[in-house]
Design a protein around this ligand. Sequence first.
Ligand code: NAD
Length: 368
Amino acid sequence: MLPPNWRSPAPGPVSDTLQITEIPVEGYERVVRGVDPSCGLHALIAVHDTTLGPALGGLRMWNYASEDEAQFDVLRLAKGMSYKSAVAHTGLGGGKAVMIGDPKTIKSEALYLSMGRLVDSLGGLYTTAEDVNTSIGDLEIIRRATKYVTGLSRESGGSGNPSPYTAYGVFLGVRAALGQAFGDDSPKGRTIAVQGVGAVGGPLAKRLLDAGATVYVTDRNEQRVADLVAQGAKAVPEAEIMGMKCDLYAPCALGGILNDDTIPKLGAKVVAGAANNVLLKPEHGKMLADRGILYAPDYVINAGGIINVSVEFHEGGYDEQVALSKIERIPQALKELWTIAKEEKIPPSDAADRLARRIIAEGKAQKA
Ligand code: NAD
């Protein structure tokens, strides 16, 4: 179902140069390639699974070396969105879109209109949103060619910037992780290291400071660090943050940061942060567990943003209170995963995937 407050889009210029081809991929409902030589569009959309609802996932622009590389990425990300939405009970499925090219040079109005038409060609099976190298301004252009766009500004009837909601969910998840590891979920008196204090890590660090934690921060953006130091945080060099002896490490910058090199050096007893795909490979979840480090699976703890966007699909449209109450269920989801992990003797990251697959399978069984 579409958000009821969506306006019917003004028709975009018709293109007879957009060529759309299907790419059959096992395990995926639809994968399409869109090529439009008139504006340089070369894009892929992957719809992984719509059992639980229409596929939602961001539109990424990246200078992939080849279409194979782009396809690998879009398939991986689309499946990740299915799992994330399933565990967060957003009532949505998973999909993703990628545009191939250098964001510094290929962006144009014609490109986004053509991308909008590609999204539109799926008839609502996939709805797009902001992602790496795309902005709300870009989405506003896409919106002229398709109504299947979320995450627009509040003024345009959307749910607005997701980051504060992601930060809120991560904060609640950090509390749950402290409770699980130490028997007390209060951040007061705890030492917490936050790596990356941008749109999510910044508000997270602030909430932790307000809750009485000792907060160590690092960021390549010195101003962001200085702002938090002025509010009581302690600055730490980038090279030292992961090895710091502390209660909890919150990765809020890069993906792939937990790997063979870094896990043996981790100084924290708990890892719980916003960064997506924080484990370089699935086996790194086991490596953390073997070291006795509690892990809050990334796509579960950082689901606040997608939960917020998903409320656009509700009857009556976006409602912040509904979004907040759903985000407040993140701690419960994490506790469920830690219980599964303990009972089945598997790492929490594997428990999350298992739970997601189970929820989707149950959805399929109900539909059958
Ligand atoms: P952001 O770009 O606003 O912030 C990231 C910060 O990390 C920046 O300030 C950057 O300078 C800093 N940084 C980059 N490399 C660093 C390094 N090596 N060491 C220290 N700092 C470094 O991004 P964001 O929106 O806050 O997202 C942070 C992470 O959370 C990303 O992995 C993102 O995929 C994930 N995430 C974000 C959202 C959201 O709603 N914004 C939702 C889910 C997941």
